[in-house]
Design a protein around this ligand. Sequence first.
Ligand SMILES: CC(C)(COP(=O)(O)OP(=O)(O)OC[C@H]1O[C@@H](n2cnc3c(N)ncnc32)[C@H](O)[C@@H]1OP(=O)(O)O)[C@@H](O)C(=O)NCCC(=O)NCCS
Length: 330
Amino acid sequence: MGYYFAKFESFGSFAPKKILTNQDLEKIVDTTDEWIRTRTGMVERHIASPEEAASDLAYQAAINAIEASKVRYKEIEMIIVATISPDHPFPSTSCIVQKKLGLKNIPAFDISAGCTGFIYACDIGRQYIENGTVNNILIIGVEVLTKITNWNDRNTCVLFGDASGACVMSRAEPSDISRIIDSKIDADGSQGEFLIQAAGGSRLPASAETVAANQHTVYMEGNRIFKNAVKSMYASSDELLRRNNLSGVDIDWIIPHQANMRIIEALAEKMRVPMSKVIVNIHKYGNTSSATIPLALDESIRSKKIRRGDIILLTSFGAGLTWGSILARY
Ligand SMILES: CC(C)(COP(=O)(O)OP(=O)(O)OC[C@H]1O[C@@H](n2cnc3c(N)ncnc32)[C@H](O)[C@@H]1OP(=O)(O)O)[C@@H](O)C(=O)NCCC(=O)NCCS
């Protein structure tokens, strides 16, 4: 525990204009609207245009989050971007966002934790606030996975969409009811090969062969990941609740990673939380990886579903494998 508490001050999000429906996908690969709906819960997803990269989406969500806060642009003291689909391998997308926002002389860095990226970034961010180093951090989860999708692979191409979600995390005043209560992040690198973009790094540098073999696109063994998803999200959520003497009944809202409706329902059942307390928007966006949680939070706060003082539990899992949860009073 640090000297101070951190809180979620505000959220913002953004999704590209273009929408790809299940019916559109039927024309691209051997799939059906019925298979996608029943196996995943997805109906449509947003797709970035050729001109839109991660930093463009991130910038829009950042503006929306800052404008929704009491924090002025020059009071942002750190930028953390969670992404596995950055503009470039380097420089970091966070530095590009910093430039777009016109902010100078503050640290900016990316973190790679797959779909758990936003949870990892918030867990890191809260340490800086709780130990008194900074007061306000801009944290963004952004993904343009459709740019690294194999559009011939029906196992993966129906699943992903593009979006961004951001929050301003600030130091909580003693009078604030809002605060991050606890968080936990975890990983198991032994299963990394089940969800991977194999080429483009130092293991398999880009070559004509890697392009021909589609090794720059997402490879996923979905059913192996599926089994781990429920187990790992439940484990970290349950530990957070236990060590804070809470149980499922104390939670106002669970905001789970939106990878598959069946995973979300299985998690809710295991946690004994009714689906009426679970935030779901997978039908509109598909799996937007590190953006799903801040995007869902932003929508639910703007529609006044989630209100100040509500106890919220955020939980995710993804490539790495990684997983983690955050317990907060919004
Ligand atoms: C990907 C996922 C939806 C697949 O569902 P599943 O029930 O596990 O399905 P399987 O992979 O076992 O495939 C079942 C069958 O459907 C077929 N299938 C796969 N994708 C299909 C599609 N888009 N349309 C029609 N059929 C499809 C498979 O070829 C397979 O056919 P077979 O039985 O003839 O071999 C599911 O495994 C999942 O959501 N996994 C987790 C994904 C995830 O969360 N990733 C990490 C976070 S980013």
